[in-house]
Design a binder for this molecule. Structure first.
Ligand SMILES: NC(=O)c1ccc[n+]([C@@H]2O[C@H](COP(=O)([O-])OP(=O)(O)OC[C@H]3O[C@@H](n4cnc5c(N)ncnc54)[C@H](OP(=O)(O)O)[C@@H]3O)[C@@H](O)[C@H]2O)c1
Length: 279
């Protein structure tokens, strides 16, 4: 595990799931951790666990969909920690909706949080990192960024935008001492991403196949330690991504087939099929 003694980290979406696990792992590695999300009560629980390792940790409740939140948060972290060494842009929301049911407002909502909020916060802390000649900018993407899943067009686009920004940024920051990383998780359970939400369909994925949030936290610590740009969780998803790049027609045909099978299985088990299979 990377040693982060004397370093500071800011983790968004730290009130549950992957963000809480990443925050605790960073604190266990020695970093003072700043936590942010909307729910103060849940952040306080995570903060108490982080402070067992890193007593100087802090929390700042904020709604990152608010365009002004990034500057306020970056200023608070600067005042408390004297700068941010590790920024983990993890806050995110799902959008499980067949494209025929999707509105432009849905697409904008998910892009605002999953992409624009991360960009805003990153641009707010970046000058300090460059001035200090060090830093790690981490994005929690998704395999959806590379492997467009069914019924998640708007979500996948938000993660693809985030990944594309991160790729270009990794090149732009060459020579500055600031490192850029993206972790692309597949199915992770024990988080709240698959909880029922108004307007979201039931997930097509079989949740019994999920990995725990600590696997993503380990991947984040691994990227910070080895300096690599991208890592999938589980690792073997990189073969799915390279297979798709080699033959996108076969990939789209395969996902269509998978979707038809899953809708059939969900209907057979008494669940509600989100959309009728194509005629
Ligand atoms: N679970 C998976 O299978 C999976 C797979 C790939 C990628 N991911 C990504 O991993 C990240 C974390 O997801 P998770 O699975 O851990 O789900 P989660 O438990 O629902 O966590 C989402 C976090 O984002 C925060 N958040 C949501 N809206 C916010 C807002 N407007 N302002 C500030 N914070 C906000 C939530 O806190 P509050 O509600 O307290 O604000 C929560 O801490 C997301 O970016 C997700 O897309 C998850």
């Amino acid at each position: 595990m990377a040693t982060l003694a004397g370093r500071s980290a800011l983790v968004t979406g730290a009130s549950s799931g992957i963000g809480a696990a990443v925050a605790e792992a960073l604190a266990a590695a020695g970093a003072r951790v700043g936590l942010t999300a909307r729910r103060a009560d849940r952040l306080a629980d995570v903060l108490a666990r982080c402070r067992e390792h890193a007593p100087g940790s802090a929390m700042w409740p904020a709604d990152l969909a608010d365009p002004d939140a990034a500057a306020t948060l970056a200023a608070a972290a600067e005042a408390e920690f004297g700068g941010v060494d590790v920024l983990v842009n993890n806050a995110g929301m799902p959008k499980r909706r067949h494209v025929l049911d999707l509105t432009p407002a849905d697409a904008e909502e998910v892009l605002r949080l999953n992409y624009l909020a991360a960009v805003r916060l990153t641009l707010a802390v970046l000058p300090g990192m460059v001035a200090r000649g060090r830093g790690h900018l981490v994005a929690v993407g998704s395999v959806a960024a590379r492997l467009g899943p069914p019924h998640e067009a708007a979500y996948a686009a938000s993660k693809a935008a985030l990944t594309a920004f991160w790729e270009s940024m990794a090149v732009d920051l060459d020579g500055t001492g600031v490192q850029v990383h993206v972790v692309q998780p597949a199915l992770i359970t024990g988080t709240e991403l698959f909880d029922a939400r108004p307007g979201d369909e039931e997930p097509l994925s079989d949740l019994s196949e999920g990995l725990p949030p600590r696997d993503v936290a380990a991947a984040v610590l691994g990227l910070i330690g080895d300096g690599r740009f991208e890592r999938y969780v589980p690792d073997w998803f990189d073969q799915m991504a390279s297979g798709k790049a080699a033959d996108v027609e076969a990939f789209v045909a395969g996902v269509r087939e998978w979707r038809r099978e899953r809708l059939g299985e969900i209907a057979d088990s008494g669940g509600v099929a989100a959309a009728p299979p194509p005629q």
